[in-house]
Design a protein around this ligand. Structure first.
Ligand code: SAM
Length: 275
């Protein structure tokens, strides 16, 4: 029997809220493939039904990705085209799919994107923060200590910072950002993009914490938090703070040295301590 032409893995973006945000090519591809690997089949089935598509679904999530990958790669080797979707937006962007894409590429199979919505790009496009260079950090650690440590590592970053956040932690997250980056650092919270209660709030972090804390509705839904990068002035303060910290820590415990260096130079204490 002749060897079949190998199938392609199509990585397909789906909407992040508004169901109309799906491309004509995504619909055609979802209809044409032999099987759709979905993060949660219960979530994707209604979308396919809404689109009038009856392509079979298989589950591919963080807990079964290792084992499910082999079967899907084998199917593609035998000629089946496979679609990959996540619950919302672009697969692999803070979503499952990495192992499948990697395995397919390593097997020499074609992996082709069907691009569309992703919350990170949608949010940046309306934030009004510098967008020529940005850093996507995905979700911050859930625990306070680890979260602050990660933020401290980022305090000197000059590019716009972008984070995903859930309703459970949005307020804590903004408070930690204010504490680590300083109350004056400009930030934008994009909530429920493309949905009924879409809001985009921009203000210095100190003010933003007050607005979100004072309105329970602003703590509901899905969020992208964007923080302006460190400005040149802060740059110099941090450099001077690090220099002073370096001297003081020869004689003092690091926490005390960071506190004093921050008071002397105006640099953020957490940034010094983190660095
Ligand atoms: N793969 C998705 C993408 O391409 O954006 C992201 C999936 S991640 C598990 C879900 C997170 O993305 C949410 O917690 C939120 O931070 C962000 N997000 C997704 N949809 C959003 C929306 N409509 N508005 C604001 N943030 C959203």
């Amino acid at each position: 029997m002749p060897t079949p032409r190998p199938g392609t893995l199509h990585v397909i973006a789906t909407p992040i809220g508004n169901r109309d945000d799906i491309s004509a090519r995504a619909v055609a591809t979802l209809r044409a493939v032999a099987v759709v690997a979905a993060e949660d089949t219960r979530h994707t089935r209604p979308l396919l039904q809404h689109l009038g598509i009856d392509t079979p679904l298989v589950a591919l999530h963080d807990h079964n990705e290792r084992t499910a990958v082999d079967g899907l790669v084998e199917r593609m080797r035998n000629g089946d085209d496979v679609g990959l979707v996540s619950d919302a937006g672009t697969p692999l962007i803070s979503d499952p799919g990495f192992r499948l894409v990697r395995a397919a590429r390593q097997a020499g199979l074609k992996v082709s994107p069907v691009p569309g919505a992703s919350a990170v790009v949608a949010a940046l496009s309306v934030a009004g923060l510098p967008s020529d260079r940005f850093v996507f950090e995905g979700f911050l650690p859930a625990k306070g200590g680890a979260r602050k440590a990660r933020l401290a590592e980022l305090a000197g970053e000059a590019r716009t910072l972008i984070f995903y956040e859930s309703s459970h932690r949005i307020l804590e997250c903004l408070e930690d950002m204010r504490d680590v980056f300083g109350a004056d650092r400009e930030a934008v919270v994009a909530r429920e993009l493309t949905k009924l209660f879409e809001t985009v709030l921009g203000a210095p972090l100190g003010e933003l914490v007050g607005t979100v804390a004072g309105d329970a509705n602003q703590q509901k839904g899905e969020f992208v938090v964007m923080v302006a990068g460190r400005e040149a002035g802060e740059d110099e303060k941090l450099a001077e703070g690090l220099r002073v910290f370096g001297i003081l820590k020869e004689e003092l415990p690091p926490a005390k040295a960071a506190k004093l260096a921050a008071a002397i130079t105006g640099a953020a204490r957490k940034a010094l301590y983190g660095a």
